[in-house]
Design a protein around this ligand. Structure first.
Ligand code: SAM
Length: 346
């Protein structure tokens, strides 16, 4: 039965809700190992044993939004807010470039201080200094005009998780003024402009069900993103979801594997959140079919302020400066980190 389902997903790049349920409920180690092996072999067909790295620069933790799950939400008064200067951001790129990073990911809350002019100038500066590098933005929901201006300034990719493709679920995770409709509008605008675009969702977020996950997968198949970001939901003590349960390693790995089987070429990170819930999470993510990691390049004194969830790891292998440790860990499982922009290819 398991073999038949995996074969079907691989051949058709489709999945039924019953098949999803079956896979997510697998309990036997041998069965789970089989799913992981099939996913990692699929990943190897697309990327060999190479892992792409991205230098993550968390440049502001100010946010106008109030997502119920997120530690940097506007209503959180217990957080110390920061913004990096252009100089600090360029220093991060300099450090990153020397360490072998050829993609910089600028991520932040929706901070109106960084208007389009500032964001465009920042992108132009980075692209002028590092013309062989890709710039990925992850700064939330904007107008199509803003996205176009960033693209024209040189931005290559954009990460905007859709968070959940279910209207009802979306309304349980966000205040009324935020809408799934606008989130999706943003994603379609980004794609149309020409960005390599990434959507995604948290695994185990409050009120998530197999049906909402199925909707997520259907959205992904329909939208055909170049990147998919998934990681476990982890509660943050200063949010309305502080008492909710975290997403599990098992569920995240199974979903990574399923997404890899459905989308063999998609750029799929093994996320920080996965490394936070399990010390071997990063490696296990790769063995479940992920092919990207995003070590933290932010200045070390702000890292613990970008606290999306409790106990977010920011030292050790998570830190860009410890890339050699990460290399060794991946070598142990038969993979190598490469120096490359790591673009999406068909
Ligand atoms: N503001 C941008 C946006 O909205 O896309 C980027 C920053 S936002 C903090 C990046 C991602 O962090 C979100 O898309 C969300 O999925 C994830 N995130 C936020 N809170 C989280 C939590 N408690 N656990 C796991 N992931 C979380």
């Amino acid at each position: 039965m398991l073999e038949r389902i995996v074969d079907y997903i691989k051949k058709e790049n489709e999945i039924t809700v019953e098949q999803l349920k079956f896979l997510l409920e697998l309990k036997e180690k041998a069965d789970i190992d089989y799913l992981m092996k099939e996913a990692s072999e699929t990943s190897k067909k697309s990327f060999g044993n190479c892992i792409y790295i991205r230098g993550l620069i968390e440049f502001t933790n100010y946010c106008r939004n109030d997502c119920y799950y997120c530690g940097i939400r506007n209503s959180n008064c217990n957080i110390s807010r920061y913004r990096l200067t252009s100089e600090q951001i360029l220093n991060c790129c300099d450090t990153g470039y020397k360490l072998g990073f050829r993609t910089f990911v600028l991520q932040g809350g929706e901070d109106t201080f960084f208007n389009d002019y500032k964001i465009c100038s920042l992108i132009s500066c980075i692209k002028n200094e590092y013309p062989d590098c890709a710039v990925t933005l992850s700064v939330g929901e904007k107008t199509k005009e803003s996205y176009k201006a960033y693209f024209d300034s040189g931005a290559d990719r954009y990460l905007l998780r859709h968070e959940t493709a279910s209207q009802w679920h979306y309304s349980m995770l966000h205040p009324k003024y935020m809408s799934l409709e606008n989130r999706k509008r943003c994603l379609y605008d980004l794609k149309e402009i020409g960005y390599q675009t990434g959507c995604g969702f948290m695994v185990g977020s409050p009120y998530q069900t197999i049906d909402t996950i199925y909707e997520d997968l259907m959205f992904i198949l329909n939208f055909k993103p170049e990147m998919v970001g998934i990681g476990p939901f982890i509660p943050h003590k200063d949010t309305p979801f502080k008492n909710e349960k975290a997403g599990t390693l098992d569920m995240t790995l199974k979903l990574l594997a399923i997404i890899r089987l459905l989308c063999p070429k998609v750029l799929l990170p093994s996320t920080t959140a996965l490394g936070t819930i399990n010390s071997k999470g990063r490696e296990l993510g790769i063995l479940a079919g992920a092919n990207v990691v995003m070590p933290n390049l932010s200045p070390s004194d702000v890292r613990n302020k970008y606290s999306l969830y409790d106990n977010k790891i920011n030292t050790g292998c998570e830190a860009a400066e410890n890339i050699n440790d990460l290399k060794k860990r991946f070598e142990k499982i038969g993979y190598k980190i490469i120096i490359s922009r790591g673009d999406f290819t068909v």
